[in-house]
Design a protein around this ligand. Structure first.
Ligand SMILES: C[S@@+](CC[C@H](N)C(=O)[O-])C[C@H]1O[C@@H](n2cnc3c(N)ncnc32)[C@H](O)[C@@H]1O
Length: 377
C-alpha cells in the first residue's frame, strides 16, 4: 500500500498544530497524493477509505474519533493499516496492521519528514512602550509581553528599566544609537521564530522604536520579516505623565515637538514652533537640550516669547515616574534653559493655560477646555 500503485492513504489532521507536518508529508510524497480530509467529511471518508483498504495516517491528536472507530478497524473485513504522526512530526508510530505493512508506511513517512525539515515558524515581534519608568504606569499588556519574550532588544538604559529578566531570557542591549540596526536585528530574530520584544521608554510610537521597525520592514522587502507576528503596544508618553503630575495642562489642543535637530533641520523646528504658537497650541517639547545641543532650547523659548505672554505657565517634568522625579511649575518669563536637560519634558501653555496655588507647595496647572467666545455656544 505504500507503493504508488496501492490505494492512496487517507490523511487525517487531528488539530491545527499538525497542519505544517501534513504539508511536509504532502510535499515529500507527491506519489501518494495525500489530501487532508475535511473535518465535516471525516467519519464518512474514514469509513469509506478503510472499507476500500486505504491506509490511514493520523497527524496530531484525534483520539476520540480513533477510539470510536477502533473496533471496526480491528474487526473489519479488511484489516486496517493505521499510522500516527505527532503534530510536530517528531514521531511516527505504526498503530494497526503491522502484518499489512504499517511499519513500512511508518518508515516511509519518517524518511519523508526527515527530507522535508520544518520551515522555521515566524516568531513574534512586539515593540513596547515602558511608560515613563514607574512599573505601575506600564500597561499590563506590556508587562505580559515582557514576561513571555525570549529576546529583549533595546537601548541599555531601557532594557535595564524593563528588567529584571529570567535566566532563560536573552537581553540584546546596546548603547548603539543606530535604531535601524536594532530594528533589523529584532526583525531577523523574530523571522527565525523567536519571541522578541523591542523596548522604548514612554510610547514606542513617539520619537521611538516603532518607527524604526516600520522603516526597516518597508525597506527590506523581506517575505520572512513580513510574516512575523508584529505588534506595537502603547505606553504612557512623557508629556502625559508630566501633565498628570502637574494637573491638566494638555486639557485642550496640544502638540508634541522634538527640539532635536539630529534628524531634521533646525529651520523646520523653528517653523513648527512658530505655527504651533500661532495656532495657540499647548506644546510639549521633547529632547529639549543636551550637551551636544546646548543652544536649541534657548532659541526655542525666545521664539515662543514673541507670541506668548511672560506669565504663560511652563511645566518642567524631569525623570517623571522615576525615583529622581522633579516637577517644576514656572512661567515663560522666568524659565531658563539651564533648568532643563535631556531627561526633561517641557510643557509650554497656550494663552488660556492657568496655574493656581496647590496646598503643600507648588502650583496646579491646567488648560480649560473652552475659549471665552465659545462659552455657552
Ligand atoms: C527620544 S524621546 C522618547 C520619548 C518617549 N518615547 C515617550 O513617549 O515618552 C526622549 C525625550 O522624552 C522625554 N522623556 C522621556 N521620558 C521622560 C521622563 N520619564 N521624564 C521626563 N521626560 C522624559 C525627554 O524630553 C527626552 O529627551
Amino acid at each position: 500500500m505504500t507503493s504508488p500503485a496501492g490505494p492512496a492513504p487517507v490523511l487525517v489532521v487531528g488539530d491545527a498544530k499538525g497542519a505544517g507536518t501534513a504539508e511536509r508529508l504532502r510535499a515529500a510524497l507527491p506519489d501518494l497524493a495525500l489530501e487532508p480530509v475535511p473535518t465535516d467529511r471525516l467519519a464518512q471518508v474514514l469509513c469509506d477509505g478503510l472499507g476500500a483498504g486505504r491506509p490511514v495516517i493520523f497527524v496530531g491528536a484525534l483520539e476520540p474519533l480513533f477510539i470510536a472507530l477502533a473496533p471496526s478497524l480491528v474487526s473489519g473485513e479488511r484489516p486496517s493499516v493505521v499510522v500516527a504522526v505527532a503534530a510536530d512530526g517528531s514521531q511516527v508510530t505504526p498503530v494497526l496492521g503491522l502484518a499489512q505493512g504499517a511499519d513500512v508506511l511508518a518508515r516511509r513517512l519518517e524518511q519523508a519528514l526527515q527530507s522535508q525539515p520544518p520551515s522555521p515558524r515566524p516568531g513574534r515581534l512586539a515593540v513596547i512602550g515602558l511608560g515613563p519608568g514607574a512599573p505601575e504606569l506600564m500597561a499590563p499588556a506590556v508587562r505580559d509581553e515582557l514576561d513571555r519574550a525570549q529576546d529583549i532588544v533595546g537601548y541599555t538604559t531601557y532594557v535595564r528599566m524593563a528588567g529584571p529578566f529570567r535566566p532563560d531570557q536573552r537581553t540584546l542591549d546596546s548603547d548603539n544609537r543606530c535604531e535601524m540596526d536594532r530594528a533589523r536585528l529584532a526583525l531577523r530574530l523574530a523571522a527565525e521564530g523567536r519571541h522578541v520584544v523591542v523596548v522604548s521608554s514612554g510610547d514606542p510610537g513617539i520619537f521611538a522604536m516603532a518607527t524604526a521597525v516600520m522603516e526597516a520592514l518597508e525597506q527590506a522587502d523581506e517575505p520572512a520579516w513580513r510574516a512575523v507576528d508584529l505588534a506595537i503596544l502603547p505606553g504612557i508618553s512623557a508629556a502625559q505623565a508630566a501633565a498628570a503630575r502637574a494637573g491638566a495642562p494638555l486639557g485642550h489642543d496640544f502638540c508634541i515637538i522634538s527640539l532635536s535637530d539630529n534628524l531634521k533641520p533646525w529651520s523646520q523646528i523653528e517653523r513648527r514652533l512658530e505655527h504651533a504658537a500661532l495656532g495657540d497650541f499647548v506644546m510639549a517639547l521633547y529632547n529639549p537640550s543636551s550637551k551636544a545641543r546646548p543652544w536649541q532650547l534657548g532659541q526655542a523659548l525666545d521664539l515662543l516669547r514673541r507670541y506668548r505672554a511672560p506669565a504663560t505657565p511652563v511645566v518642567l517634568g524631569r525623570d517623571v515616574g522615576r525615583p529622581a522625579e522633579q516637577l517644576t511649575a514656572t512661567t515663560l518669563g522666568e524659565v531658563w534653559p539651564e533648568q532643563v536637560d535631556m531627561r526633561t519634558v517641557v510643557i509650554v501653555g497656550s494663552s488660556l493655560t492657568r496655574q493656581f496655588r496647590r496646598d503643600g507647595g507648588g502650583a496646579w496647572v491646567y488648560t480649560p477646555r473652552w475659549y471665552p467666545e465659545a462659552e455657552g455656544a
